[in-house]
Design a protein around this ligand. Structure first.
Ligand code: DX5
Ligand code: ZN
Length: 225
C-alpha cells in the first residue's frame, strides 16, 4: 500500500484553554498539518471538554484543517453542529455509532472528510466493512478521555494489522494514532503503518511546542517508507 505523506496533528487538549488561539497560531507557524480537537461528552468518556462554539472560533482564526475527534455517544444526533461549525475532518467512534455508515455518508454529503476511531480493545477486524468508505482511521493508543497517558505497547501491532487489512480490502485511508505519541513512540507507529501522528502533551506540555513538534516529525519521517 502506498504510504501517505507524514502529518503531525497537535491536540489542543493539552494547550492552555485560556489561550487556545495563541496555541493554534503557534503550531500553525511550526508547520502543523492538522489541528486535532478533542470533543468529550462525559458519557462515552469520563471527561468533558469543548463543543461546537470552540470549533467555530478556531475555524475563524486558522487555515490549518480542523480534525475533530468526537468522543461522544450518539454522534448522529449532533453531527450537524460540528459540520456547521467548520470541522474539516469529523472522526467518530465505531463503538458509539449505531449507524456508522450513515454518519460517514452524512459527513461526505457535507463535503468534509470522514474518519472512524476505535478504542484499544475494539478488534481491528470490526472496521473491515467501513474501510473503503472512510478517509482516515484513528487508532487509539490509550483509552480515550485524557491527555498525558502512557502509550499502550500493543498499539503498534494493531496498526500493522489495520494496515494489512486495508491492503486486503483495497482501501487506503490515512492511518492516525492518538495517545502517548512523542519522539520515542512516533518512529514505532510510523514503522507499523501510521501516517498521521496526534500528539497533545508531547507538544503543548513542553516549554517549546514548536521545537517539540519538529522533534517528533524528525524522529518519525525517516521511518515512512
Ligand atoms: C485522548 C485524546 C487525545 C489526547 C492525546 O482521549 O483523544 O487526542 O489529546 O493526548 P497525549 O498526546 O498527551 O496522549
Ligand atoms: Zn483525540
Amino acid at each position: 500500500m502506498a504510504r501517505n505523506e507524514l502529518f503531525i496533528a497537535p491536540s489542543i487538549l493539552s494547550a492552555d484553554f485560556a489561550r487556545l488561539g495563541d496555541a493554534v497560531k503557534l503550531v500553525e507557524q511550526a508547520g502543523a498539518d492538522l489541528i486535532h480537537v478533542d470533543v468529550m461528552d462525559g458519557h462515552f468518556v469520563p471527561n468533558l471538554t469543548i463543543g461546537p462554539p470552540v470549533v467555530r472560533a478556531l475555524k475563524a482564526i486558522t487555515d490549518v484543517p480542523l480534525d475533530v475527534h468526537l468522543m461522544i455517544d450518539n454522534a448522529e444526533a449532533t453531527l450537524d453542529w460540528y459540520l456547521d461549525a467548520g470541522a474539516d475532518i469529523v472522526v467518530v467512534h465505531a463503538e458509539a455509532c449505531d449507524h456508522l455508515h450513515r454518519v460517514v455518508q452524512s459527513v461526505h454529503e457535507a463535503g468534509r472528510l470522514a474518519g472512524v476511531s476505535m478504542n484499544p480493545a475494539t478488534p481491528v477486524e470490526a472496521l473491515r466493512d467501513i474501510l473503503t468508505d472512510v478517509d482516515l482511521v484513528l487508532v487509539m493508543s490509550v483509552n480515550p478521555g485524557f491527555g498525558g497517558q502512557a502509550f499502550i505497547p500493543g498499539s503498534a501491532g494493531r496498526i500493522e494489522r489495520l494496515a494489512a487489512l486495508c491492503t486486503e480490502v483495497g482501501a487506503s485511508p490515512r492511518i492516525a494514532v492518538d495517545g502517548g505519541i512523542d519522539a520515542t513512540t512516533a518512529p514505532l507507529v510510523v514503522e507499523a503503518g501510521a501516517d498521521t501522528l496526534i500528539a497533545g502533551s508531547a507538544i503543548f506540555g513542553k516549554q517549546d511546542p514548536a521545537g517539540a513538534l519538529a522533534a517528533i516529525r524528525a524522529a518519525a519521517r525517516t521511518r515512512l517508507v
